[in-house]
Design a protein around this ligand. Sequence first.
Ligand code: HEM
Length: 379
Amino acid sequence: MVRQPAVLDRLGGRLGNGFSSRLHDERTASWLGIWLGVSFGVAFVTGLISHFMQQPPDWLRWPSRPVNLYRVTQGLHVIGGLATIPLLLAKLWTVYPELLQWPPLRSAGHAVERGLVFLLVAAALFQLVTGVLNIAYWYAFPFFFTVAHYWTAYILIGALIIHGVNEWAKVRRTVMKRPEDGVDRRAFLFTVAAASGAVVLTTVGETFSPLARLAVLAPRRPGIGPAGLPVNKSALAAGVTTTARKPDWTLTVTGRVERELTFSLAELRALPQHTERLPIACVEGWSASGDWSGVRLRELLRMAGAAADARVRVESLERGGPYRTSWLDPPHCRDPLTLLALDLNGAPLDLDHGHPCRLIAPNRPGVLQTKWLHTVVVT
Ligand code: HEM
């Protein structure tokens, strides 16, 4: 027999039954594996919704209703992702004797199996760590977060599915049968579930306003910011503090229209104004609703003589950056809730909220609610 290194002795005693806690067992690992499978599955689906809302393939037209759909899916993604952290830590603690097996590789099949588990653990840790850093606005990594997070999600889900198929027989056997070993796993599993619940309770208020006061662990809380709404990118960071304040600012509707239109701020204000309660639902998981007033986009498109199935690109005064422009598909263009807003909560827009004019539309990520508008291009 190959003798294990002394460091492994120190970490866990002798392999086999030598680890001190009897909770390092298949039944505990199976339950935690099921919970993790569900939470990673939810994170994957909600993450894809966010990705394809921002970069839709040609054939996809996102509906503009329900109004709060993105608020719910992205809230679920981020809050659910945070609640996964105690589950993953508990799972790693439960199975770590297995991970320290000696000799590390027993056959080619065993090497593949362990490689897959390594990939799964690395991808899971990567997603959770980069996700948390991102919502904490700490961009410590030298790569573009969304691209790395997006592709790692496929690696994680692929490895998870293969791992699930490999382990399924064991999971079924251990979960279905009543344990006869007298080990009380319930207290341990209950503690892990309570830790996840505590994470949810102290963060969910960042999107579910009635619990805002409990959101002590959330990086953002609704209600804080100009006019009671948080701001991610300020006018200063966007480099528009001078251009957005110019008295001769105008909004132009152009492209495939019968008549090109140009409006000053006073002319826009003279058009019929509508007030709608809509959320800013941030990709980083926080959301806050406000009463927005302004002109309906569909009214402007009708005045310009745009086709009923027009797509629209709105452009900001920003000089560059990935969110300088955004697209609206026909469902959003036609929706009476889609506004070119001039006021928020009864006062003219603050410069950081997009003064003099910004887009606000239902069921749409906050990064696509383009601020400091100056052109509407019909295509
Ligand atoms: C603590 C856990 C997590 C947090 C805080 C988190 C956070 C985020 C954030 C903030 C975004 C939006 C990025 C943006 O569009 O700017 C995002 C997108 C995404 N997340 Fe996560 N995430 C977590 C875990 C996961 C996990 C476990 C998966 C996969 C199973 C996942 C898959 C995705 C995908 C596919 C996207 C879309 C990326 C894109 O827009 O291209 N996330 N996540």
